[in-house]
Design a protein around this ligand. Structure first.
Ligand code: LLP
Length: 418
């Protein structure tokens, strides 16, 4: 590769034995590419987060539900959460057993609850009315309840899931009502859970949320587990040397809180965490092709095939993703300039990076949008009847393997009734 701006992927040997151009030639553009080694590293880091012995890392599959990645997470001895019967379906396909799956539900139907109960999967409910619904169909069974202790955190208001202005969980003032419903249906409350939001880079809010959850836990005498939620952040500004979340520091603080609680509670109950982004975010990137460049009223646009149908995070949350440039021709970038990188969708909000200082980009260059493994493919759509891209895994040995086909014109029309 020549004349490129590619420090991050070079340092991690992201593309293994292939080059971005070879991958695009073989699998088409745009393309999601995942690196197995990075995925395994992230799984292991979180498995080692604390020394407390009865600990489980439940990968939050909503971040990326690709079957091949799920199988790797299972090999790394992670468990999973599920948000829907569809996620349960794929998790079972990946080999997860019922006691390795926790269904963290939100506003589901009795039929959806039944789907999990038929498989002996524990359901977490997050309102009194859903607890009633579950009691009616599972009298005498097990249940988990999601609380909202009033603490929230996250990179954007749309992903803060704890606190006084969100739809999630049951507020602590309703503990007595929870107990009444449990008693009415003879339900065994095996666990409680929370999730304060997505993406914290400093663990203090997380610990604050946990302290509130643990004080709620003291109201219930026979819990088997407490699920502390996810939200572990990743550095999206690697080219600016943004520091990583300090897992060692967070682990030490967590250990202290959890050991103390278990002692007071009189039982070494299980603690679970529920990370999504941290597990898969950095092992994935999105490759795309520059099809045009132009200047319109003093703004330089780089026109690509990376529309928000492929990666929704920038338009949805103003999210920032680092961008690398890959080039095979010996044409050097002689300057850096502010550019706005856009896609091919018919909306002016279709911007992947706004006024970004980048080395000069030419038609035919490939771009890599970094840290796109979490909430990337799973939020992609067929808007404008665009085909969702293929997904490729760079295996531990460096070889590339197709792990999901690109959509086709046939798949676009499959569900039409003619
Ligand atoms: N547990 C529950 C109940 C959740 O709702 C979520 C994420 C997680 C765990 C995992 O959170 P994580 O560790 O990935 O932060 N689409 C947004 C993120 C939405 C997160 C939704 N819930 C984004 O692209 O930033």
């Amino acid at each position: 590769m020549l004349n490129t701006h590619n420090q991050v992927t070079t340092n991690t040997n992201f593309f293994g034995n292939a080059s971005p151009h070879e991958l695009i030639e073989k699998y088409g553009s745009p393309l999601y590419v995942y690196n197995e080694n990075i995925l395994r590293d992230r799984c292991r880091e979180l498995k080692q987060l604390i020394t407390y012995p009865n600990f489980s890392v439940n990968y939050s599959v909503k971040a990326n539900g690709n079957l091949s990645l799920l199988k790797i997470a299972r090999e790394e001895e992670l468990n999973v959460d599920a948000m829907s019967p569809g996620e349960i379906y794929v998790e079972e396909m990946a080999g997860f057993k019922s006691d390795q799956i926790l269904f963290i539900s939100n506003n589901i139907s009795a039929e959806e609850m039944q789907y999990a109960l038929d498989r002996n999967i524990t359901v977490s409910v997050d309102s009194l009315s859903q607890l009633e619904t579950l009691g009616k169909i599972n009298n005498g069974g097990k249940v988990c309840v999601r609380f909202n202790p009033g603490v929230g955190a996250g990179h954007h208001e749309k992903v803060v899931t704890g606190g006084k202005k969100t739809k999630f969980g049951i507020e602590p003032t309703k503990i007595e009502e929870v107990k009444e419903i449990l008693e009415k249906y003879n339900l065994h409350l095996t666990g409680i859970n929370q999730h304060i939001g997505s993406l914290f880079m400093d663990g203090d809010k997380y610990i604050e949320g946990i302290n509130s959850l643990l004080s709620i836990a003291k109201n219930f005498k026979d819990l088997d587990f407490i699920d502390l939620g996810g939200g572990f952040g990743i550095p999206y500004k690697k080219l600016d040397h943004q520091p990583r979340l300090d897992l060692i520091e967070l682990g030490k603080k967590l250990d202290k809180v959890l050991f103390n609680f278990a002692k007071e509670y009189g039982k070494q109950l299980q603690f679970k965490i529920e990370p999504g982004r941290y597990i898969v975010g950095e092992c994935g990137l999105l490759l795309g092709t520059v099809h045009s460049t132009k200047v319109n009223y003093d703004i330089k646009y780089i026109g690509t095939d990376l529309g928000f149908n492929v990666l929704k995070r920038p338009i949805m949350y103003d999210s920032y993703h680092d961008i690398e440039i890959y080039r095979t021709r010996t044409k050097p970038s002689t300057k850096s300039e502010f550019v706005t990188v856009v896609g091919n969708i018919c909306e002016s909000g279709d911007i992947i990076a706004k006024e970004r200082m980048l080395p000069e980009i030419f038609e035919g260059d490939l771009l890599g949008v970094l840290d796109a493994g979490a909430y990337g493919y799973c939020m992609a759509s067929n808007y404008n009847n665009r085909l969702r891209p293929a997904e490729v895994l760079i295996s531990a040995t460096g070889d590339s393997k197709l792990i999901r086909k690109r959509d086709s014109f046939e798949s676009l029309v499959n569900n039409f009734i003619i």
